[in-house]
Design a protein around this ligand. Structure first.
Ligand code: BT5
Length: 318
């Protein structure tokens, strides 16, 4: 009920009468009044005027299920939103929910992760109150070999959400969004499958939004949207934008089960394009020039001897 009231307050510029809310939601006046008090406790500023009703004046920067849900404009992505303030890792929670039969589209959001993870078990710094730490559960009917492309699909969506607020962001293949060469977002895609059948895919996204400072070991490579622009952002609004874009790119991906419909746009956003890159792939290391991705999501690299290779997975440093 809370998210319905929030949605209603958001959609109405003027006051919404208590009577109208009671009628719409089929609940008592007292129930509405209780929810309004809960919202105020959570930091929402609501003006209540006798004979006029309620008006939303200000919203807090929180990422609760109700706040995110009341902003989402998606068909399936983020339905439902599962919020728990402190989690080991939202990917871990999403995988657990997947094993219990949760639906395609379930979105897990945390305020803080105690043991957020990057690829290969690397730690992901996820402090309270400043970032977006979330994971979506997907049950795609695609070949398991195609699943790694979903990281690139997610990167396209995050790029849309960040670039509409901050200038100069780019995608660093395969799983980062960078601004001025510093990492603002990382994506971790995990899958449970058989050889030819996917049980589920979890895409975890970490975005540094209002983070002020970083621990010493990542201070030189990490940045937040706030550090770059000096502005503060409402995280739930960014979350809603990410999933709206994600649905669009996901549809394009499913149409062809590859990235052919977004290759051009991806390559325009690619920070590595035409630049020297150092590739570390299955124990071997080499240097080359990045020429963009192909429709399967591999990074095409021209080696110094003029030969071209398609890098499917690996570490890229610019
Ligand atoms: C990633 O791995 O970039 C994937 C990060 C995914 C995080 C999300 S948050 C929600 C979900 N739940 C999880 O537990 N994970 C996902 P990788 O490319 O391996 O990069 C990891 C490296 O990034 C670390 O070794 C650090 O150097 C650096 N790093 C750690 N925390 C960072 C941060 N907050 N911002 C920028 N860089 C960071």
């Amino acid at each position: 009920m809370k998210e319905k009231i929030l949605k209603c307050l958001r959609e109405t510029e003027d006051y919404v009468s208590g009577q109208e809310l009671c009628r719409m939601l089929d609940v008592s006046r007292t129930a509405i009044w209780k929810v309004m008090n809960q919202l105020k406790d959570e930091g929402y500023v609501i003006d209540a005027v006798k004979n006029k009703g309620y008006k939303l004046i200000q919203t807090p920067d929180i990422v609760t299920a109700e706040e995110v849900d009341s902003l989402l404009e998606t068909e399936w992505a983020g339905h439902p939103v599962v919020y728990e303030e402190e989690q080991e890792s939202t990917n871990q929670t999403a995988k657990m929910l997947a094993e219990q039969g949760a639906f395609h589209g379930t979105l897990v959001v945390a305020e803080r992760q105690v043991s957020g993870r990057g690829r290969r078990g690397r730690p992901w710094h996820s402090p309270k109150g400043s970032g977006i730490w979330m994971s979506i559960l997907l049950r795609p009917q695609i070949h398991p070999m195609s699943a790694s492309m979903l990281t690139l699909v997610a990167a396209m969506a995050v790029y849309d959400a960040i670039s509409s607020r901050v200038e100069g962001c780019a995608i660093k293949w395969p799983n980062d969004i960078v601004i001025n060469g510093r990492k603002v977002c990382g994506i971790l895609t995990e899958m449970s499958s058989e050889l030819d059948n996917i049980h589920y895919v979890v895409i975890g996204i970490g975005i540094n939004v209002n983070t002020d400072d970083f621990p010493e070991d990542i201070a030189a490579v990490a940045a937040s949207m706030h550090v770059i622009t000096g502005e503060y952002y409402k995280r739930a609004e960014i979350i809603a934008d990410v999933w709206k874009s994600f649905e669009k790119y996901y549809d394009q991906f499913l149409q062809t089960e590859n990235l052919s419909l977004m290759v051009e746009s991806y390559n325009q956003r690619l920070v590595n394009m035409g630049r020297k890159v150092y590739i570390e792939e299955r124990g071997s290391q080499y240097e080359g020039t990045a020429c963009g991705i192909d429709s399967e999501g591999a990074l095409l690299v021209e080696k110094t001897d003029g030969t071209r290779t398609a890098v499917i997975s690996g570490e890229v440093s610019v």
